[in-house]
Ligand binder design. Structure first.
Ligand SMILES: [Zn+2]
Length: 191
């Protein structure tokens, strides 16, 4: 089932999300539906609050980006890995690498029609549980690490536009207002 994605202005996007436990009702169905929703929206990541569940749960697909990219772009955006398709539960980024930062355009399915450059760490370390609640500690870099940082922020109630400077914020004000007024109609279902 495809779930409509909530957009900028919905308070669920500003909540600090709760831990997920294995007895959470129909968690498997929710995760399946999130994957279906992400696919239909052609996104590279989706966090549970974006479909109205304030849970520490997000999914990342950087594998498709890798597959559709030119060789030159792969060298720019990837760092030895070929992308991932992974479900993250109760994640915590334990280290933001300080050796390299990079700026790149980011968008968000909850902020349709907008993309802005955001500075992120090239490398991160993250502790989380996978779909089967198996504890994992992993290091990711490049585009995969960027998507993870973006989705992880969602579970803290943070949006990428929070990182923009005053001038950029001023420049996107009208676009955000149009989203608030429900005047933006992306190809995927929103609510
Ligand atoms: Zn987002």
């Amino acid at each position: 089932m495809i779930i409509p994605i909530v957009t900028y202005g919905n308070p669920v996007l500003r909540r600090e999300c709760e831990e997920v436990t294995p007895d959470y009702p129909e968690l498997d169905v929710l995760i399946e539906n999130m994957w279906g929703t992400l696919k239909s929206a052609e996104g590279s990541g989706l966090a549970a609050p974006q479909v109205k569940y304030p849970l520490q749960l997000f999914i990342v697909n950087s594998l498709d980006s890798y597959q559709y990219m030119s060789t030159a772009n792969r060298e720019t955006y990837f760092d030895g890995d070929t992308g991932i398709k992974e479900t993250f539960l109760n994640a915590r980024i334990t280290e933001y690498g300080t050796e390299k930062y990079w700026d790149d355009e980011e968008g968000c399915l909850s902020i349709p029609g907008l993309s802005e450059p955001v500075r992120r760490s090239w490398r991160i370390q993250i502790e989380y549980q996978d779909r089967e609640f198996k504890p994992c500690i992993r290091t990711y870099s490049g585009l995969t690490a960027r998507v993870i940082q973006h989705e992880y922020d969602h579970t803290l109630g943070k949006l990428y536009i929070d990182y923009l400077g005053g001038l950029r914020k001023q420049l996107i004000k009208n676009k955000l207002q149009r989203i608030l007024n429900k005047k933006v109609h992306p190809k995927y279902r929103i609510q």
